[in-house]
Design a protein around this ligand. Structure first.
Ligand code: HDE
Length: 710
């Protein structure tokens, strides 16, 4: 016979009789007795006594509709998701600050660009474009680089990309472009990739995309890290100073870490082994105090120079070569704080190219003009109404008052009776601020306008290939090889021969004959007959500023090195390399055959940070193997360790082998080069290792490495 229970015990609200094991019961009891934290409550603040069981009619009886706690919890859960961004759905973000180096009063009256003593808070979101929210970070794609400056005069959003041009010239083509690049509608394949028929169909029919597609097929499409990417505002904007004088401007972000990329095989493998690769590094670097930094650069073009270039400044498929207009570096951004909550901050962040402050204004770039409509419109759906600027991550840090009222999720409790202007009831407040005053109101630059209403692309937008050729001509030999390989890979996935042919014969052949012929060969197509469009005469043949080979930082700050260990690994080598890397601002992780501690040569034990398969070589910039006969023997007999080194070699990374570890090189039949180093002790090769790492890859090894299976 079962024991009789009191009504409260039977209801299960005051006891911990929840059908749990004794161990769990004890733990729950301890948690309940700990009064140091916050009590669990309902959304209306009622303290919850039991968060484990639904209210039921008897222990084994049906659940009761009366259970308002369960219903509130499940209802909230049912509504947890919001629509992901139509594009740039996959992203990650961080907080930081921006500081201008010197007042830019000659150019702009924007307050945050005139006060070197001010640290303007920023929130920056990086993203891929094509893939959905859960897709991999390292796919070949454009990266978004959106910065929200919370200035004292309101929010300024610089919503840019890691490439300085775009695929289309007019906003009305954006839905077509996005439908073409997104997974194909019948089977939703491929995720996060442009290597499919609809993308190449569209771009091969749309020659204005030639320049940007070339950027996407270059190493820029597979950055190693967000901190290793440049950022660009893309469009031409205006700056306006206190006297009302305006100049055109292009915005640049230059990473202090330099610009460098993954190699394609690595990018593909990372997409499977660590789809969060970029997101994780951003997070971990900030947690460890190794803050990513960028300098803000401006290309300033006086109004009177608007028509002096052999392209149109308003055409977003063109960049302004730095050799024609140098970049003036004006300030620095540091990302130093991770968000507390991904959804509340990163997911709910609403960027908008139309969020400008006095001193910054728009140009007539037709893509920019279309974006001015799109960003608010999309937030209405995504964030559920027009009050999205009241969400903490979007709220300005300066005071804001207006007569906008009500609508879903209103947070502000407006006081006063007059929700209109002019009014006499509330003394006329809130009132306008004249533009000229310091901290003045926003007034659009009074650009003279005249024109006929029409739908027409300006003739000055008509040259689609010169800048693509400029980019191609500016690439280092290894960069050209990567571009050829990328086109061959992507077009190789295209099922329809006519699309491949069109891309080769009508697009690539107009950029460069070698590019077109090599891609044609790889696709098994006849070499193109020649260009189909007469080349336009241009001022520049090459722009060295476009090649990543010229954009390295020259140091190894934030680079990551794997130290492969096994029992018997030489302790001096390990401590020496760690010391050198730390002093250079790089980091090391000890990688063991398993998670079990390893005995080093000095009799101490070392706990590996990760295992060979847990953190593969693709997650590192270089590999170091300490000496020690026993350790070398163990690694030689370990297929995973051999694969680790082979893969690092194939990915053109610096590899340093000390003492007996040099036997691994012989076993793998690898030839020494400027990045494959061996010496008796760590101290004899550290300087060369650092030098090789600063070069990012051993490009000279690439032809040889291609023959190696990995
Ligand atoms: Fe965007 N873009 N875009 N875009 N874009 C969006 O806004 C749009 C363009 C860029 O991290 C959407 O909030 C149109 C160029 C970034 O939250 C949407 C056109 C550049 C982000 C939208 C463009 C960008 C977006 C989707 C052609 C580089 C991510 C969700 C006229 C200069 C921002 C959202 C973030 C996001 C529209 C072209 C950059 C739908 C119509 C060019 C970095 O509003």
């Amino acid at each position: 016979m079962s024991e009789k229970k009191s009504p409260s015990e039977a209801a299960g609200t005051h006891t911990l009789d929840r059908g749990n094991s004794n161990a769990k019961l004890d733990q729950l009891e301890r948690w309940r007795e700990d009064a140091s934290g916050e009590a669990l409550t309902s959304n209306t603040g009622v303290k919850v006594a039991d968060n484990q069981n639904t209210l039921k009619a008897g222990e084994r009886g049906p659940s009761l509709l009366e259970d308002f706690l369960m219903r509130e919890k499940i209802t909230h859960f049912d509504h947890e998701r919001i629509p992901e961004r139509v594009v740039h759905a996959r992203g990650s973000a961080a907080h930081g600050y921006f500081q201008v180096y010197e007042p830019l009063s000659d150019l702009t009256c924007a307050d945050f660009l005139n006060h070197p003593e001010k640290k303007t808070p920023v929130f920056v979101r990086f993203s891929t474009v094509q893939g959905p929210r859960g897709s991999a970070d390292t796919v070949r794609d454009v990266r978004g680089f959106a910065t929200k400056f919370y200035t004292d005069e309101g929010n300024f959003d610089l919503v840019g990309n890691n490439m300085p041009v775009f695929f289309i010239q007019d906003a009305i083509k954006f839905p077509d472009f996005v439908h073409a690049v997104k997974p194909e509608p019948h089977n939703e394949i491929p995720t996060g990739a442009s290597a499919h028929d609809t993308f190449w169909d569209f771009v091969s029919l749309q020659p204005e995309s030639a320049h940007m597609v070339l950027w996407a097929m270059s190493d820029r499409g597979i950055p190693v890290a967000y901190r290793a990417m440049q950022g660009f505002g893309v469009h031409t904007f205006r700056l306006v100073n206190a006297e009302g004088r305006s100049v055109f401007v292009k915005f640049h972000w230059r990473p202090v870490s330099g610009v460098y990329s993954l190699v394609w095989d690595e990018a593909q493998k990372l997409a499977g082994k660590d789809p969060d690769f970029n997101r994780r590094q951003l997070w971990e670097d900030i947690e460890s105090g190794d803050y990513p930094e960028w300098e803000l650069g401006l290309q300033v073009i006086p109004e009177e120079d608007e028509h002096k270039f052999d392209f149109d400044l308003l055409d977003p498929t063109k960049l302004v070569p730095e050799e024609l207009v140098p970049v003036r570096v004006v300030g620095k951004m540091v990302l130093n704080r991770n968000p507390d909550n991904f959804f509340a901050e990163t997911e709910q962040a609403a960027f908008h190219i139309g969020h400008v402050v006095p001193g910054i204004d728009f140009s007539n770039d037709p893509l920019l003009q279309g974006r001015l409509f799109s960003y608010t419109d999309t937030q209405l759906l995504r964030l559920g109404g027009p009050n999205f600027n009241e969400i903490p991550i979007n709220r300005p840090l300066c005071p804001f008052h207006n007569n906008n009222r009500d609508a879903p999720h209103r947070q502000t409790i407006n006081k006063g009776r007059a929700a209109y202007e002019p009014n006499s009831i509330d003394g006329g407040w809130p009132k306008e601020t004249p533009p000229a005053a310091s901290g003045g109101g926003f007034a659009s630059y009074p650009e003279p306008m005249s024109g006929v209403k029409l739908r027409k692309r300006a003739d000055s937008f008509g040259d689609h290939f010169s800048q693509a050729r400029l980019f191609w001509n500016s690439m280092a030999p290894h960069e050209k090889e990567h571009i050829i390989a990328a086109y061959s890979f992507e077009l190789g996935k295209v099922e329809r021969r006519e699309i491949r042919e069109r891309q080769v014969n009508e697009i690539l052949a107009n950029i460069d004959p070698t590019l077109a012929t090599r891609v044609a060969q790889n696709l098994g197509l006849p070499a193109p007959a020649g260009s189909t469009v007469a080349p336009v005469k241009t001022t520049l043949k090459e722009s060295p500023a476009l090649s990543q080979a010229n954009l390295l930082s020259g140091n190894v700050r934030s680079r990551k090195v794997a130290i492969l260990v096994a029992d018997g690994a030489n302790a001096d080598d390990i401590s020496h390399i760690i010391g050198v890397l730390n002093s250079e601002g790089a980091t090391a992780k000890v990688i063991g055959p398993s998670s079990a501690p390893v005995k080093t040569s000095d009799g101490n034990t070392l706990v590996p940070d990760a295992t060979l398969d847990g953190l593969p070589s693709i997650a590192f910039d270089a590999v170091f193997v300490p000496g020690g006969a026993e350790a070398a023997k163990a690694l030689l007999a370990n297929g995973a360790a051999l694969h680790y080194l082979l893969e690092a070699y194939k990915h053109l990374k610096a590899i340093a082998l000390c003492g007996e570890a040099a036997d691994l090189m012989a076993e793998l039949r690898l030839e020494a080069d400027e990045g494959l180093l061996s010496a008796a002790k760590a101290e004899d090769l550290c300087a060369d290792l650092v030098k090789a790492m600063a070069q990012h890859r051993v490009w000279a090894r690439e032809p040889k490495a291609k023959a190696i299976p990995a």
